[in-house]
Design a protein around this ligand. Structure first.
Ligand code: 3HC
Length: 336
């Protein structure tokens, strides 16, 4: 964004939060930058509500990445071959990395990782509904890759053009890695689908269980989405929840055919007039229950996350002690 109008310098502290006086001129510059598809950068002025919306969305996204490590990590020790184990370990590590980029993006908005993790652990911030479902068989690793990572890519590719620079740039790398994740899931399911009848049945069962929760990942229907209109006006989101959900369904139908698997929806059919697939009703009661904390694994996921955080305290303390030791003191010398 043009620094002349909107940049927040050291002497413009009040306007960081969008103080009333500064609002008009800065706000015009902000609106113009968004309209011109320029990126808003951390030191630019931005409305308080824009900042809060970004922190909310980026935090939820970051939490999803690290909680999402759990269902798949469940299968690392039971992967059927060394090759599959190595791939799965790399994927789960990637998700940790995505969390790191996203917490860092939130930090550029003035909200630290400690605060966000505290909100996750105390249930004040959400993570994606999808990670509250169990991974019952090895085929679930494939279904997560194909469907969950596929839904994530559909949602996140447009975020590479998000108006907030650090979030958009983080998404570029995340999407590249998510594409690899999606392909490994597809390849895993293809191997099972073409395997023994038992393996084929296992793949079909996983797709049957993950299909509907994957459609819920895109959020409530447009007429119930409280944030979409404003987020789209700010060009944080580029498409509505329903548009992205429809795009995902249209992508998945031919892929399911190639996999030799069916999608568990008797109403799924091509609609010539709309140029899209029609699909059956989503169980929004189930979605709301999962969001409320009553999904199959909500309790387990949060308990495990809190425990991992407590058990990792010594790592954080050691890193802080190391950093303090290697920070130049008043004399500029590195302390021994
Ligand atoms: N799970 C949990 N909460 C959800 C949700 C879901 N699937 N969908 C919507 N919600 C929540 C919203 O956060 C909001 O609650 P809040 O006000 O407390 O934050 C409420 O439901 C209303 O939804 P809206 O449609 O108004 O909210 P948004 O405009 O923020 O849209 C979203 C929801 C599409 C999820 C959007 O936030 C988004 O695009 N987020 C970035 C991507 C993301 O978070 N992805 C997580 C997926 S998993 C992942 O990426 C990990 C990968 O490894 C697979």
């Amino acid at each position: 964004m043009a620094t002349a109008v909107g940049s927040v310098g050291a002497d413009a502290g009040d306007s960081v939060g969008g103080g009333a006086d500064s609002g008009t001129e800065y706000e015009r510059a902000f609106d113009a930058a968004v309209a011109a598809d320029e990126r808003i950068e951390p030191r630019d002025w931005m409305p308080d509500a824009y900042r809060a919306t970004l922190v909310r969305q980026i935090a939820q996204h970051a939490h999803s990445e690290i909680i999402g490590m759990q269902p798949e990590a469940n299968w690392i020790t039971r992967a059927p071959s060394l090759r599959r184990k190595a791939i799965l370990m790399a994927k789960v590590q990637d998700e940790a990395g995505h969390g790191l980029y996203l917490y860092s993006a939130a930090e550029t908005l003035g909200t630290g990782r400690d605060e966000l993790l505290d909100k996750l652990h105390s249930g004040r911030q959400k993570y994606s509904s999808i990670f509250n479902y169990p991974t019952l068989t090895w085929a679930d690793v494939g279904a997560i890759g194909w469907l969950v990572d596929g839904a994530a890519i559909t949602n996140q590719v447009p975020l590479c053009r998000c108006s907030y620079g650090p979030y958009a740039r983080a998404m570029v790398r995340i999407c590249k890695e998510e594409s690899f994740h999606q392909r490994q899931g597809y390849e895993l399911l293809l191997a099972l689908s073409r395997g023994t009848p038992e393996q084929h049945a296992m793949a079909q069962d996983a797709v049957d269980r993950w299909w509907w929760p994957s459609l819920m990942m895109f959020g409530p229907p447009d007429d119930e989405s409280q944030h979409s209109a404003q987020s789209m006006a700010w060009k944080i989101k580029r498409h509505s929840n329903d548009e992205l959900r429809q795009r995902f369904v249209d992508i998945c139908v031919p892929q399911a055919e190639s996999l030799g698997l069916t999608l568990p929806d008797p109403d799924l059919r091509w609609n010539e007039e709309r140029g899209h697939h029609d699909f059956g009703p989503i169980d929004w009661t189930e979605f709301r229950n999962v969001l409320k904390g009553d999904g199959p694994c909500n309790e387990e996921r949060l308990t495990r996350r809190r425990r991992a955080h407590e058990e990792g305290a010594w790592v954080r303390e050691s890193a802080a002690a190391y950093a303090a030791k290697h920070t130049p003191g008043e004399t500029g010398a590195i302390r021994a």
